[in-house]
Structures are given as C-alpha cells and as structure tokens.
Design a protein around this ligand. Structure first.
Ligand SMILES: [Zn+2]
Length: 210
C-alpha cells in the first residue's frame, strides 16, 4: 500500500484531498485526537493551544518501556494485553517497568473533564527527545492518557473498547498514525468497540522501522 509507506511530505496534497472529502460527507468530529495517515512523528500542539496537546512520536529504539503511573484495573489489563498480544509479537520488545526510570510511555487514566477526546498521547516539553535518522522526533516519557469522562464512556465502559483504545494509543507512541479507511486495524479512529489488534500493514510498518 503505497500510501501507508510514503512519507508525509509527499502526501500532503493527497491527504488534504482525502480530508476534504471526509469532511464533505459529514463525518462527526473525531473523538480520538486526529492525525493524518502515515508513519512517523507529528507536531505537538499544532495548532498552538489545542486541547489536549497531543502528538505522535517514535521510540528511541526497539525496546519500549511502559510504566503505569495511575491506571485502573480495566485499562491496566488492556495495556498489558496489547503489549503482549499486539506489540510483543513484532520486532519490538515491550517491557512493563516497576519503577518510572528510563521510561518510554507513562500511562494514566482519569476523568480529565474533556468531553470530546477519549485518549491521547503527548511528548512533554521537558522530556528527553531528539530527531532520529528518519527525521522523526523520538521521545522518552511520553504521556499516554485515557479519559474516563462520562461523555466518552462508550470508549472505556467495556473491555472490548478499552482493548481498542489501548492498542490504538500505544500505536501513537511508536509512530503509527490513523488509518481511517481500514476496518481491520485498531489504528482506525473513533470507533467504540473497534478492532482490538494491529493488522499486517501496521506490523510491517513497525518491523520495517524498528
Ligand atoms: Zn488516534
């Protein structure tokens, strides 16, 4: 799939056209923080001041260290399951840390008082980060937040939706972007009870990169 493997800058006109087409048919506002379809890092907080500030980053290497700062049982299980079942079988090594040291992803869930976003990922401004050989921003200590607000409860009230969310947001911490037209990947945006696993395209992207 040429689109999925092509760098963002070569795709801007096409992606813009797709976005216009999507908007034209009246798709409702995204519940997950929105991104274009490609692989690699995205700008954090673009446009400036967006709420919540979010972005896609890549890992600094093929070992992805995850620390659960404050996560309820439901999302704890979902994170462990996606680490073991979705990302572990790729060329990545997924490690759940017992202390917050050398961390790639810090996971939290809470009612953030936000009514239109069910989960998002951010590279904090203070975090160790840099640009790799691909021109992407790698970032340590990325925040992965699941929003437990009642307005988006269809995304977290059941195990299947949490599995979709965990797979989806973890993908954003590794460089996976949305795949809006794909129904077999958890990287499709805005689908409660959506696909709970990566598909072959996602795993190929990850294995090619890491
Ligand atoms: Zn997303």
């Amino acid at each position: 799939m040429a689109i999925e493997h092509t760098r963002q800058h070569a795709l801007v006109p096409l992606v813009a056209a797709i976005l216009i087409a999507v908007l034209a048919v009246g798709v409702s506002r995204p519940v997950l923080a929105d991104h274009l379809v490609t692989f690699g890092s995205s700008t954090c907080g673009d446009p400036p001041g967006q709420t919540p500030r979010n972005c896609i980053s890549v890992g600094d290497n093929s070992t992805h260290y995850v620390y659960l700062i404050s996560v309820g049982t439901g999302y704890t299980n979902a994170i462990i399951n996606t680490m073991n079942g979705d990302y572990g079988p790729t060329d990545l090594t997924m490690v759940r840390l017992t202390q917050n040291s050398g961390t790639d992803v810090q996971v939290l869930d809470d009612d953030y008082g936000i009514t239109n976003v069910a989960g998002w990922v951010e590279c904090p401004t203070w975090a160790p980060q840099g640009t790799n050989a691909h021109g992407d921003r790698w970032c340590k200590f990325q925040y992965l937040r699941f929003n437990l607000n009642a307005a988006v409860q269809s995304y977290w009230i059941d195990a299947g939706s949490r599995a979709y969310m965990a797979c989806h947001e973890m993908g954003h911490t590794l460089g996976l972007w949305h795949r809006a037209s794909n129904t077999s990947s958890c990287m499709i945006p805005d689908v409660p009870n959506g696909p709970t696993n990566l598909d072959g395209t996602d795993t190929a992207e990850l294995n090619n990169y890491y």
